[in-house]
Ligand binder design. Sequence first.
Ligand code: FES
Length: 91
Amino acid sequence: MVNRCVCHEVPFWAIAALAKQGESFEQIREATHCCQGCGTCEPYVRKVIATGATSLPLLTPEEQDEIMAEARRRAEAERAAGPPGVPDQAE
Ligand code: FES
């Protein structure tokens, strides 16, 4: 089972607690430095944030790819939508 970011010794229970408080992936990464070493933990951290699980089985390469592809799709959709709280000036 995987239960922490090894590079920065950040347990997934701490990540789940921050996510439960409404912190985003980016905010959690900034606060804990998880995913900023080797990067291996990123799909796990994203799954912890999405599910609240604090211990995960090893993800297959395909599962990791799907989690990261979904993260890229969401980031692209957020970029396309523009910054939050800024009204559309085109009208
Ligand atoms: S295990 Fe998290 S950055 Fe390496």
